[in-house]
Design a protein around this ligand. Sequence first.
Ligand code: PLP
Length: 858
Amino acid sequence: MIQSKRTNEPVWRDVYTYSSLPPSLSKLDEIAHNLWWVWNSDARELFLGLNEEVWETTNGNPVSVLRSLSQRKLRELESDEAFKAKISCVYDKFKTYMQEPYRTDAPSVAYFSMEYGLTNILKIYSGGLGVLAGDFMKEASDSNVDMVGVGFLYRYGYFDQVISNDGQQMAEYRAQVFNELPITQVKDAHGNPMKISVPYPGRVVYANVWQVAIGRVNLYLLDTDVSENSEWDRSITHQLYGGDWENRMKQEYLLGIGGILMLEELGIKKDVYHCNEGHAAFINVQRLVNLIEKEGLNFNEALEVVRASSLYTVHTPVPAGHDYFDEELFGKYMRDFPPKLGITWQEFVDMGRENPGSYEKFSMSVFALNTCQAANGVSYLHGAVSQKMFAPVWKGFFPEELHVGYVTNGVHLPTWMASIWKPFVHKHISDDIIHLQEKQEVWDKIQDIPDVEIWNMRKLMKRRFIDYVKSTYSLHPVNSKGEPSNTLSVIDKINPDALLIGFGRRFATYKRAHLLFTDLERLSKIVNNEALPVQFIFTGKAHPADGGGQGLIKHIVEISRRPEFDGKILFLENYDIRLAQRLIAGVDVWMNTPTRPLEASGTSGEKALMNGVLNLSVLDGWWYEGYKEGAGWALTDKRTYTNQYYQDQLDAETIYDLLEEEVIPLYYERASGAEYSSGWIQTIKNSMNFILPHFTMRRMMNDYIRRFYIPLSERSARLGADDRALVKEIVKWKEMVASNWHTLEVIETSVVKKGDSFNFIIGDHVKVTLLLDKHQVDCDLDVEVVVVEEEEDKSLKLQSVIPLQLVSQEGSRVMYELERIIDVPGHQKISIRVTPRYHALPHKMDFAYVTWIPLSLV
Ligand SMILES: *Cc1c(COP(=O)(O)O)cnc(C)c1O
């Protein structure tokens, strides 16, 4: 028989064909390739005007819009003088913006982060951490700070969320087509794609480099999905927060080691190196190697230089949330470094351990703390939480004594203020609000805006959002209760006049998205009150490995399907920047219910605030600082249970109470004849007047500059002067103390007082003396009486630290003394603490030698 069919498998090649822009339209290409358009709506409108359909289907990608233009359309545009004038107008604005030089009163900064949330179409972010980093880069541009960002260009990035009929989250990874993105591949001197060679154990991993222009600053992204790499290494930059621990190790290796090698290749050097989270801490390994191999420093000297110029920002309030690598995996990747650094393997791994010499896993955070002079949390409360969390790293000091500081997170106003609200603010408050955003007195003007105008704007914004939901989500199965015939009914039931409350963020369990659903009967009464209707919209992704978070989504989807919540509670899938921008501006109230104190800062409530949306939130993170009476609502922090179940019950009750007694009545309060609630408008005015100015990215940038970047760069400059003379001095001093500290000898301590016990009476006169022989410890000492109280859980709480005075010195013998009248009643514990003192240390934790000396009575 003759075979009647024969073929082989086709091999398809991806081919992209684009129109090239005529010279007269090339300005458009330049604008498209700088993310300045993300926060400048007139630029966005240009692209929307060119091809609305492509703009919408690509979720606002100007590069795709330009690529889609047909030859005919291009010819049309070339002769469209009005449109060309519009282009010129935007282009001139862009050029004027770009011409401003970097400010000279702020150091230059290299910023390292696993994720950047800049625009929806660059899928290199997952949630709050990324959006913060993206906003920070935008603000660096607006604030003329000489900053460079380093990160990854992920092939798949974070997943797109699809919710199945039964409420199950499905993660879809879609490949990004890099050529369609508003980014530029970096070329080498010969015009070929630049390739970074990163030495991994036993092989070299190659990475392409992509440049993202963000106004006046650049972000450089590494991409290992290149043909020279094995499949196993190509996938290093495939997914954000995907894969196993080994993949995470390979990623953090690339971000740190590869990131520094890339900056070198690009010829970029900065004053300060900023690790956004511990993920990036390996930058300091490569920086040490560079100083040792290229500048001839020894390890101790190199560490002084690196530490002096490094800042570590922690975002995670619980130790379990940090990255730890077991020694074997860590060794597999890092074993070649100790010889390069001139230290032993043991010394190297111990830099990532709270207890050197133990079998603890290698902690990226501890390594970051040991190689960065400065560290900070991301809100006032989180600063304190971080001090407690990190206290075991510096034994001998109490949490509140640590150098770990804080900068409260903020958000980039031009990105998050809705484009229809911005002109309103310009008109009524200031057309220069971008520059004046931090000034509370400028915002005072909001008090003079007629209530009705604010009400109408807010109504318009809500209606726009609901229209968006209707047009975008109607056909999604999650809102159709599994039956196509229901598809439209649920979303059509949204009532644009009802009070609308939004909740959107990652579905991590500590964020307690379920809290509202604690008492369904009570909730049903609230949403089904015909006279005072209320609706809720929920949205958010759960990490694909977080079963608990996915369970919450399912739970909420199921509840939203019940008849009594039909059209009253809605779950929108695939929360991302685009949805966030609409949701945050379109609801009336933004709700946040985290378990205290696990919300390091939170930022979405700050975004809401900028749009006249009110916050109802737990007093945690930024809201602990932001909340003011009459400007939003807070769940009290006064009563707390250690039992989480009781705490959840209490917090749920508080939410229902607040809704029933305050939020809903205020929203529906109407003076006779009025169609709006003046009390509500006053609350909006208060929140924008008194809270907003303090939670902008501008304020956050200035805090980082003042609290960290300037002190770091000043000390670095001192250390670098005169051929690093001070570095050598510090190292010599530390070596002297380190090798002689054990010779410190206590000759005598005494407490002189009436009576022969440690029982004091208020008013007693007490004299404490300490006689020491310093032997070879040739430096000044700090000698202090430390007073603590024992807490119920047996932990010790610092009460006071009282210095003793040096009263005599004979040879190496020194006498310290303190006289005191006892004035505090109660049960306390006291001891003496001795530490070395040196003028060139940034703080005590930099060289944490501590000797405790027990007191005895005379
Ligand atoms: C702002 C933002 C977040 C962070 O929200 P939090 O309330 O701070 O957790 C997460 N995802 C997206 C898309 C955001 O825009």
